[in-house]
Design a protein. Sequence first.
Length: 145
Amino acid sequence: MKQCNDVKEKLSGYLDGELTQQDSQQVRVHLEGCDDCTKLHQELFDLKKKIKTVESDNGEAVELDKIINDLGAKQTQHWGWIMVIIGYVMIVGYAIVAFLIDNQLNTFEKIATFLLGIGGLLLFYSVLRQRLIALKTDKYKDINL
């Protein structure tokens, strides 16, 4: 019974060819003499075969890759982000200038708000810069799930 439990734990690795030669040989020898484990091995083998068939027949994954990697969509997204960033910088810049020329506020309020605005822009820039660097150096960017 203990040997069956050991073999059942190793069946998935056996099917995937991930076991050492010794473990693989132990599983193979056990399967020759145990009907229950042989039945489970066959069920797992059939399931693995069905999954491969579904994966290869599934056109949705191929279509999704086409949509994600579409050059027109990538360019549109690229230009959209550039416009959003420029618009953000323009609005914040305008707000800062309008705030500074307002005569109803004292100097302390103007300086404190100016520093908050510039700090926000600098933080935005630093995060944007980090994301762009990460995008270029990301070793997982070409992995499809």
